[in-house]
Write a protein that binds this ligand. Structure first.
Ligand SMILES: [Fe+2]
Length: 388
């Protein structure tokens, strides 16, 4: 296992402004009113349309123009992007705002980078294929999970190939991220559970990663501590602002890990579940989490023991035993917050295993980061375990 040396070079791209805390959303609106921006394109989902409208209303007295586009579904596709981009091209914004969950933020990021030439979307899938972004970009998460507000990633579904494709570029890191936990108070419990587990997986996979780094470890382990201690309360008592705030901060830390270190085999094996069976990203990650961790355990006993201790597990005689207690904690947490526990519960057929394993093996950009090498046979075995 490599990684975690303080001598290892690392570069981190983050927004130049990250505003976090209760009441932040109101301050953003004030800040926008006195900003240099004149034409503001606001992307939202139907559920966040009202908050988008608040921004537009606040801008009107200062003579700025804004339009809202809120036709973004949970699985944005290339068509979704191109439709939004046509509206943006007609409007010529100098500032793009995304307000919503990860899907909205991902589309907003791509619009800000590509609205002058949307057809380029087909050329920029992959790593660092963008060379600039000239439009200011502000992201306002309304769920606590994906970390898109601070990450260089955006994912779209390519309907032709029925494949989720990612654009990963420093030019997709927003200029500003405004994170107000108040905006997450009305997120339904099942959604809170799924996106919260996704955030926890970001932290776990960044901490126990072949490319982990002490700088990022600090965010990852604190994210584990915050989310593991508060997610259950945030799911079961959605109006509890303290637990919502703790989960949102943990998710922010998880997002900060994505650019410099990224995730591993849990995410790689989860992608085929999303593409083929439309399982929500957080749910597929959660179902696979402990099975991948059990597979990885021989390579990362110390790291998994650290994670277990950060989750409040009592130290056992050996690191391995402590780590195993951590796996137990994670299984219990996902059960208690109502996430399905197996692939059969998600109605994924057993005969899909070979093609899911083949699809997962193509996600090399994440598999190569996993602390233990994963072969096709290993992937088949992990999926089989996740059926039981
Ligand atoms: Fe994720």
């Amino acid at each position: 296992m490599t990684g975690s040396s303080v001598q290892s070079p690392i570069t981190v791209h983050l927004p130049h402004r990250i505003a976090f805390g209760v009441g932040t959303f109101g301050r953003l609106q004030e800040s926008l009113s006195i900003s240099r921006f004149q034409k503001i394109f606001i992307l939202s989902a139907p559920a966040t349309r009202e908050a988008a409208q608040q921004i537009a209303d606040q801008l009107r007295p200062s003579g700025k123009t804004s339009i809202i586009w809120s036709d973004i579904t949970t699985e944005p596709s290339i068509t979704t992007f191109l439709t939004a981009a046509r509206v943006a091209t007609d409007f010529s914004p100098d500032c793009v705002i995304g307000i919503g969950g990860g899907s909205v933020l991902d589309v907003a990021k791509l619009i800000a980078a590509l609205w002058t030439d949307p057809a380029r979307i087909h050329d920029v899938f992959g790593i660092e294929k963008l060379d600039r972004r000239s439009t200011h970009l502000i992201c306002i998460p309304t769920t606590a999970g994906t970390g898109s507000e601070v990450s260089p990633n955006a994912i779209l579904l390519d309907e032709q190939e029925n494949l989720k494709k990612g654009v990963i570029s420093q030019w997709l890191v927003p200029d500003e991220a405004w994170c107000d936990p108040t905006l997450t108070l009305t997120v339904p419990s099942a959604f809170t559970a799924a996106v919260g587990m996704d955030a926890l997986v970001h932290c776990i996979e960044a901490y126990a990663n072949r490319f982990s780094h002490p700088m990022v470890d600090a965010w990852a382990i604190e994210g584990v501590r915050l989310i593991s201690s508060s997610l259950k309360q945030a799911v079961l008592h959605g109006r509890d602002l303290e637990s919502r705030s703790r989960v949102m901060l943990g998710a922010l830390y998880g997002g900060m890990c994505l650019g410099p270190v990224n995730t591993g085999a849990v995410h790689a094996l989860a992608y085929p579940l999303g593409s083929e069976f439309k399982v929500a990203h957080g749910v597929s990650n959660s179902v696979l989490l402990t099975h991948v961790m059990r597979f990885n355990l021989p390579s990362v006993e110390k790291k998994y023991a650290d994670i277990a201790l950060a989750m409040g597990v009592t130290a056992q005689k050996t690191e391995r035993l402590t780590a195993e207690q951590g796996l137990e904690f994670l299984s219990n947490l996902s059960r208690e917050i109502g996430i399905p526990q197996s692939l059969s519960a998600l109605e994924v057929p057993q005969d899909a295993i070979p093609r899911m394993a083949s699809a997962a093996m193509k996600v090399t950009r994440l598999l190569e980061r996993n602390p233990r090498p994963v072969t096709y046979e290993d992937a088949v075995h992990i999926y089989q375990q996740a059926f039981l």
